[in-house]
Design a protein around this ligand. Structure first.
Ligand code: NI
Length: 202
């Protein structure tokens, strides 16, 4: 299924920077993160899988891996979340001292079905520290917009459940919530672990 990307110029520029970087994977540790200065991310207040309010500022001091999707997603989300979770687990094994520094976050683009209870069962299947955030339609739309994430309900005639087309970018954000890099959700767990390591040395 194709996932139309946001037409945001900032996002396009960031993606171009990422692709350029991908051609040369041995950038020095001091290289500027490809999304540095991009207009991605920002303040949010959403509800986690335990029904508690989580604000972006609650995560200050930690790097964040941010991925938008929905639990009913039949194909793309589960695969991407597996790569994120396995890659993060590999990173944690290789760098146990840095594991707690990185918070994985899954934000629903389908809050009508993704209640905290549904999110709780879902995120626990992937990674023990994965936070699942949901909220009102307005709340999740506002956060998705800040990340340049497109989502659109897609009704299929005769089907009992609807689908949601959505951008499946994996964002790595810094300790203050600033954008750093796009992570390879379509890559291997090894590639995911390498990219996490590369941009979280500080
Ligand atoms: Ni999906």
């Amino acid at each position: 299924m194709t996932r139309p990307f946001s037409k945001s110029i900032a996002w396009a520029a960031a993606a171009a920077a990422f692709l350029a970087l991908g051609a040369c994977n041995d950038a020095p540790a001091t290289a500027e993160p490809p999304l540095a200065g991009a207009d991605i991310g920002g303040a949010f207040a959403l509800t986690d899988q335990d029904g508690k309010t989580v604000r972006d500022s609650d995560l200050d001091g930690k790097y964040r891996i941010v991925y938008f999707g929905y639990t009913y997603c039949p194909d793309v989300c589960p695969v991407d979340l597996q790569v994120i979770s396995k890659g993060l687990s590999q990173f944690e094994k290789a760098h146990p001292d840095r594991a707690d520094d990185i918070q994985p976050i899954f934000i629903s683009v389908d809050p009508g079905r993704d209640t905290p209870e549904v999110m709780k069962a879902y995120v626990s299947a992937f990674h023990p520290r994965l936070i699942g955030l949901t909220g009102t339609a307005e709340q999740v739309r506002a956060v998705a917009d800040k990340y340049g994430v497109y989502s659109q309900v897609s009704e299929t005639e005769g089907a009992s459940e609807y689908l949601v087309d959505h951008t499946n970018a994996v964002y790595l954000m810094g300790r203050k919530g600033e954008p750093l890099a796009l992570l390879p959700g379509d890559g291997t767990p090894e590639q995911m672990a390498e990219e996490i390591e590369k941009w979280t040395r500080g």
